[in-house]
Design a protein around this ligand. Sequence first.
Ligand code: ARG
Length: 471
Amino acid sequence: MNEPDDAAARGQLWHGRFAGGPAEALQALNDSLPFDRRMFREDIAGSRAHVRGLVRVGLLNTDESDAILAALDEVEAEMQSGQFGFEASDEDIHTAVERRVTEIAGPAGGKLHTGRSRNDQVATDLRLWVRRELHELAELVLQFQGTLLAQADNAGSAHLPGYTHLQQAQPVTLAHHLLAHGWALTRDIDRLLDCLARANVSPLGAGALAGSSLPLDPDGVAAELGFAVRFENSLDAVSDRDFVAEALFGLAMIGIHLSRIGEELILWASTEFGFVTLDDAFSTGSSMMPQKKNPDIAELARGKAGRLIGNLTALLTTVKGLPLTYNKDLQEDKEPLFDSCDTVRLTLLALDGMVGTLTFNTDRMAAAADSPYAAATDLAEYLVVEGVPFREAHAIVGALVRDALAGKDSLAGLVAAHPQLGADAAALLEPGVSVRRRTTPGAGGPEAVADQLVRFTEQLAADRARLTDGP
Ligand code: ARG
């Protein structure tokens, strides 16, 4: 423990009330600067808007505001270039910026915090940060969707088995399978934008918790920061972290989608499947086994989902049961959020590269998809068209499959010889026939998928436009 020295000399924010400085252990636990310094741009933007608001209501004259705004510019330049000299007393980014502004601007700097608390300040900074970051992440999701679309476009009429229970079920085109992941990501963009809309509310002017006796202008400040509206209730404004929870859920959901893609790539790259070959730049080797080529990116996409879920759980658990309004527990909102954003960014970029450079071994896929058994549903539907009730048709074909598996004859032979089926039905078992018959809207056959490709392209264009217009 260090000797409690003079609190004012150490630049402590609350030095008026305290005779001594904080203990080292308190400072080590309490300081959030190591992680919240990455919000310096938002903190400075919030301060600029606050200063202009104070001028509008006559709490700062223009000499004072000029001095503070110039100091804020200087602090921003120092932070941007890495020249900023942080001090031991800089508890968080808000403290550090204000301390330096006061050093540069002199006495006017002491007026920067007029009518403001770190409670409304930190909520403002974090909302600004979330707004920018989620927007960028949505752009990356869109980029990855573009890669899936390009691969789907290239896939032409290549087909593979569709699976249920990881058992071969019915053949579908490769494009259909790739687009399935693409559509899931469309919902993720939707979720991010939806979360952004609720995050886009300014808490600045709520003060510590109760607003202010000073004639502040929260509406003007909100407009200046590009927020859609200001808070309605000052207590709610400083204690609401719903937007962090929503962001973490949106990010966890993206992580889960990426983990499902990852899991399939791991399977598909295995010797047993052999559906894809990984590009050297996006796969790893083994330190011991020279023959190995490993899908580490896909495994990490699967693994990272765990920490994304953990971050969401951590935040929800932190906020649960907190009494109004600000409690220091809320400082625990930032690390999970930052970590989830960083994790999703890294994973999206790597998986995008991996998927974009995949080689699809379409012969292996087709060989697996063209197993005559994969066309069993087509045989049952052939009988349905002939007027046989589906349940009966299912049983007839099921019995033939059982006989074929027992070695009585090939399935095609048994179908050709069956009185209700015959040669026409047996032709359905020819390679590539079954997949072409899936023609209903949204189905997996090439005709329906050609239409889907158009719709997916339109969806990406619409989302691109939404991101361009967005907050
Ligand atoms: N570092 C704090 C946080 O991240 C800022 C707000 C502190 N407010 C307070 N009254 N101690 O939440």
